[in-house]
Structure formats: C-alpha cells, structure tokens
Design a protein around this ligand. Sequence first.
Ligand code: G3P
Ligand code: CA
Length: 245
Amino acid sequence: MTQIFAHRGYSAKYPENTMLAFREAEKAGAHGIELDVQLSKDGEVVVIHDEKVNRTTNGKGYVQGLTLKELQRLDAGYHMKTIVKKQPIPSLRDVLEWMTTTEVLCNIELKNNVLQYEGMEEKVISLVWEYGLSERVIISSFNHYSLVKSYRIAPEVETAALFGNAVYMPWVYAQSIRARGIHPKYTAYPIEILQKLLENGVAVRPYTVNKEKDMEKFFRINCSSIITDDPVLALKVQKKTSLGK
Ligand code: G3P
Ligand code: CA
C-alpha cells in the first residue's frame, strides 16, 4: 500500500516544518513526515525550508547567520498567527526525540544544494544513530554528491534522489549513486517510467501531490509513497481508491 508522507508536516493546515505540523500529521494517520534541514551558526541541525528565515518566521537573515538559541526565539507560526500560537523552529533533535514516541517514518531532506553546509551529513546521521532511527529515516537531497557521502557513512540508512526534471533511465542512475529511492517532481515522469522504477525495486515517492486526480493515479500503480501537504485528503482518497478496485 502506498505510504502517505506529510510534506513539511501537515502544511496544508499548520505552519510548515513545525512540531505542531508534524504532530498533527501523525495524529491524522500519515505514515511519514517530510522535513527540510539547514545548519545554524553554531552548527546545529535545524528544521526549516529556506536558507533565510524571512519567509516562514517573523525574523530576518540567513539561518547560518543565527545561533540555535536565536533561531528558537523566532516564531515559525507567524504567518498563521491568527489561528496558532507561537511555534518555534524545531531542531532535528526535537523531531527525532518525538519520533521515538511514535511509529512514524521521516524523510529528512538535506537542503545543501544552495549552500554547501560542511559536515551536514555527519551531523544528521549521528543524530539518527543516537535515537536508533536508521530503519525509519530516509535521507533525500537535490545534492546527489551529498547522498553518496551519506551512503558511505551509513549504508543502512536509505537515501533517495530528488529530481525536478527527468533523467534518462532513473533506475540505472539510482543504482549508480546507491540510492534506494527516487523522489521526482510529480509531473517529471510518465507513469510507465515510474512503474519501471518500481519493477526495478526502486522506491518512488513523488512530490508534491495535492490534487485528488494525481493522488488516485499514484495509488493505482501502488507507488511506494506520495509526499503531500494534505495527508487527511490523501488518506480519504486512498480509502476511496481502494474501495473502487
Ligand atoms: O522532498 C520533496 C520536496 O519537499 C522537495 O521540494 O522545495 O518542497 O523542499 P521542496
Ligand atoms: Ca522538502
């Protein structure tokens, strides 16, 4: 059965990449959460999508220009402040610690394709090891050199390559970088190529699948997972699709 991963948490309804969005995704029944990580000035792994805090918080500046303490003072729920109270930017440690109280899976996207964060792979993997979560974590990135590096450090942790556009014979490419999964933009490949990937034993998790029609299409081919902003809608569509089989 296709797993449902909540993109930046239950971000259709709650502020993206916050503990609130992750908790609500899990409560709603999502099989997994997807989140983005950057490094703070003092080298901590923090959960935030952009290189700057401007779009998602009430602060300004680069994540790498602020310490963890300074980042934690900001409000990541600022743009939804009429419906939610102050939400701190979580550290990856916060999320992994919470995960140990759940069975949820986690796709950690290394956001090191714009800024090259020295040592990010080692820091993320040592946290995953510390919490004993190697089996429940998938490391993805648009930076495929970083995926190879992660694989060399921790071959037991699944890596998955993110693609905005199609590459030729992605199952061959995946094998060449030792990625067990491919996370393509949901429009990047025709369905036959996705099926070919699945036949070749490569996990396929398209992003970001928010429309019912697209969800149905991926459920019908028994895609490994979909990454969606709205896990509640996805679960509803999944139920409907399986009843219609
Ligand atoms: O991991 C899939 C997706 O999150 C990649 O794009 O920009 O939403 O991080 P973005
Ligand atoms: Ca992401």
